[in-house]
Structure formats: C-alpha cells, structure tokens
Ligand binder design. Structure first.
Ligand SMILES: [Zn+2]
Length: 458
C-alpha cells in the first residue's frame, strides 16, 4: 500500500492526485512519478519483476474495398499467383468511368477494363487487385513529398526532405492526434531505420495545434448530418473577410464555438468594424490639427502598445484577443480623430497604416484594398514588413498589482511593470494592509505573478 499526502485545502474522499508519499515505507518523501521508478527498482532488485515498455503494436490490414484510395499494385495470375506490378508500370491509376451501385463492393471490382490485365511474368490474361489502400498509408508520409513534389521516379527526394523536415507546425482536428499522427511518426521512424530517409529527424512534427469546431445545436457540423451552415451566403452580405474575422474573434482557436442566435450579430459586428476601418482610412469625419500635441502622443502610445499586444497574440495563437485589441485601438484612434480636438495628420496616418498591417492576416481582402487606395505605387500590404513597437512608447510607468490572501483580494499596489517575482513578493509582504492581515498566521506559500498578481497562501 502507498499513500500520498493530500494538499492542506483538500476536501472530499480519497485523494488521487500527486503529492508526497507518507506511511509508504521506502517510497516516503517521493512524489508519484519518483515512487513509480523506485517501486520498479525495488521489484527488479528483489527478482520479482523487470521494467518493460509495452507498445501494443498490432498488424495493420491496409486493404479497403473502396474506390477512393490508391489501387494496390498486385496482379493475380493462374500460374504465378500474386505478382507485384513492375516499377516501370507504376503508378496504377484508377479509372474515372466507374459505376457506383448499391452492392457495397468497390466499383473497381466490377470494372472489366481495370480488372482484366496480363501477368507481368508470363503475359497471360490475369486479374488486377480491386482493393485500394487505406488512406492512412498515404497520409503517413505525404509531408516528405511536399518537400519536393516534382522529383520523378521516387517517393521523395531525401536531400530536399532533410532540408525541410521536420514540419514546424501541424494544424489539425483532434481526430488526427490518435491515429494519423501516430502512423505518420511510425512511418518516418521506419523510413529512417531502413535507410530511405537519410539525415531526417525521427519525429516528423515539431508542434501540433488542434483547432476547435463550430457546433450547431450542440453537435459537430457535418455533411453527413446535414446540419451545416454554408459560408457562401455571407460572401454577399458581410464578405469573406467579415466572416473570417468572426471565426478568429469567436473564441480561442482551440475551443469549440456554438453557433447561436447571437452569432449573426457578432458576424455583422465584425463586418461593421471593417467598414469603420475603411471609412477612417478615407478620413471620413476626421478633424485635423496642425502640430503634434500630448493627445497625439497618447494615441501613439496606444498604437505601439497595440502593436506589441497584437503581435504577441498572433505568436500565442490568441487571435480572438488580437481582434479585440485591434477593435479597442481603433476606437481610441477614431475617438481622437473625430473628436472636437482632432488629430495631427502624420499621427493618424501612422495609426491607420499600422492598423491595416496588423489586420492584414485576418482580413486580407479589405486591407489590401485600403492599402492600395492609400499607396497605389507601393507593393501590396501583404508584402510590407510587420510593424515594430517602439519600446519607449510601449513602456508603462506603473501597473496595478493585486495582492490576494488565499485567493481573496486584500490590497492593490502600483508597481513598476518590470518587477521580478522576488520583488513582487517582497513588495506584497511589505504592504501595511498585508502585514496587518498576516499578523498571527503563518504563510505557507507565496505565488508571485508580476506585474499583475501575488497570492499569499496561509
Ligand atoms: Zn503469369
């Protein structure tokens, strides 16, 4: 028997989380992972067991009775049995004049022109294999062919593949993670092992991102269920960019999104935002003043903070936050430009051009159009360099840090945004309110997340 110490605030029945072992003999003081290692060592030492990795590998039957797949290059001869199709006759291309019926068998099986062939060994009449390969057999190595799709005579060019691999970023639904990505990893390891992929890494993908789904009435939209919302109708009403912006704005890209009654409003809101950017780019209702003043510097500060924030949200895949930052920035700029006080011309131009660049990956059509009308002689916005935030304008003098005791807010401090964890902890513990609140209790732990939060656990 082994027992782990539950956390102090644990309530309820049996504790099954990680923790330090107690009353567990030789495992005392260890966490779960270390205790497992120790227990296995103990068994090995006492000749009761050995460490072994179980791969649970099974044979994989790749033939499918389907039309949609690569034909298996095998011919059946009465004399020679199963004969592989010689390399110079590859690939076997499936015919496109098949008849789909309800028999359930592959239409290749009944296509006489495809089925009837000759034996590569004796030249006598023979039958072609009608089964096709499981599509996983192709999706397990296509990334190698993508590295150089033009090389004839071989599956992929190992030199080009070695140059491009591994794939930096894989994006796919969660359904890929279990089978396809496992097979793809297995294939590459096997290709490296048999010498077909010299110089390649044994892992094909560096990072995986699994995107969420749009759900309708609580279920996944799918063709087979017929519960889809076709995007085409929005091309005429809000435009592809409006719809695209909605998808990015609707939530973190890893999360599922429910299509609800409010969805149409959000889509229209996104389209309206793009319209407003367009109108501001044409100086619609803008008041200009001559010299740069403090208000203009304020606009530039907001602009450069947004450059930093939007760039970071792109890098973190937080597109919804990026869109929200851009909308907020736009409101600041628009308010300044259309207010009585107005805005200085170069300040507004910098703001508009930067917003257009930051928005370009999310709304490629409308930003290209705005850019072209502003700079007919320049290359497209999509060929411009990414805006860089001026650190002097981004710098904030102070930020509010919340100090909590056991998760309850007790104090708010104005601190330097560059304060370290140790510094934040020291400032929190030195605050008079906190000193008072901690009188007579002992601090268990301090979690410092500067510059925003310090949580003291007692
Ligand atoms: Zn034969």
């Amino acid at each position: 028997m082994r027992t782990t110490q539950p956390p102090v605030d644990f309530e309820g029945g049996a504790y099954s989380g990680d923790g330090v072992h107690v009353n567990s003999g030789f495992m005392d003081g260890l966490d779960v992972a270390s205790a497992k290692v120790k227990a296995t060592e103990y068994l090995a030492e006492h000749a009761n067991g050995v460490t072994k990795v179980n791969y649970r590998l099974r044979d994989w039957l790749v033939s499918r009775q389907r039309f949609w797949g690569c034909p298996i290059p095998i011919v059946y001869c009465d004399t020679h049995g199963m004969v592989p199709v010689p390399e110079e006759q590859l690939p076997i291309v499936a015919p496109d004049d098949v008849t789909m019926d309800k028999s359930g068998q592959s239409p290749l099986a009944t296509h006489e022109g495809f089925r009837n062939t000759t034996c590569p060994v004796c030249g006598e009449p023979a039958r072609r294999e009608a089964d096709t390969m499981d599509t996983f057999t192709d999706s397990s190595w296509y990334y190698l062919r993508f590295a150089d799709p033009f090389t004839p005579g071989q599956a992929f060019d190992p030199v080009e593949a070695a140059k491009w691999m591994p794939v930096d970023q894989y994006i796919g639904g969660i359904e890929h993670a279990i089978l396809h990505l496992l097979y793809a990893r297995f294939y590459l390891k096997a290709l490296v092992d048999i010498g077909m992929a010299p110089g390649l890494p044994r892992e094909p993908f560096r990072r995986l991102f699994t995107q969420g789904m749009i759900r309708l009435d609580g279920t996944k939209m799918s063709k087979s269920k017929g519960n889809q919302i076709a995007p085409e109708k929005y091309y005429d009403t809000v435009g592809a960019d409006g719809l695209r912006l909605f998808h990015l704005f609707a939530g973190p890209p890893a999360d599922d999104v429910d299509w609800t009654d409010q969805t149409e409003e959000i889509i229209e809101g996104c389209a309206r935002f793009l319209d407003r950017v367009y109108r501001l780019s044409e100086y619609d209702e803008v008041n200009f003043h001559d010299a740069v003043d403090d208000a203009d510097v304020g606009v530039r500060r907001a602009l450069h903070r947004a450059i930093a924030a939007v760039t970071e949200s792109y890098e973190r895949w937080s597109y919804n936050i990026g869109v929200a930052e851009l909308m907020q920035l736009f409101n600041t700029v628009s308010k300044a430009a259309r207010g009585e006080h107005g805005i200085e011309r170069t300040t507004l131009d910098e703001a508009i051009d930067t917003i257009v660049k930051l928005l370009a990956p999310m709304a490629p059509h409308v930003t290209a159009e705005i850019w072209e009308s502003r700079f007919p002689d320049l290359a497209s916005v999509h060929l411009q360099s990414w805006p860089v935030a001026d650190p002097e304008l981004v710098k904030q003098d102070s930020v509010t840090m919340v100090v909590q005791i056991n998760g309850k807010v007790r104090a708010r401090l104005q601190i330097d945004p560059t304060t370290s964890e140790a510094g934040a902890e020291a400032l929190a513990l030195a605050d008079p309110i906190i000193i008072g609140a901690l009188a007579g209790v002992s601090v268990q732990r301090v979690v410092a997340r500067p510059p925003r939060l310090v949580n003291i656990i007692v």
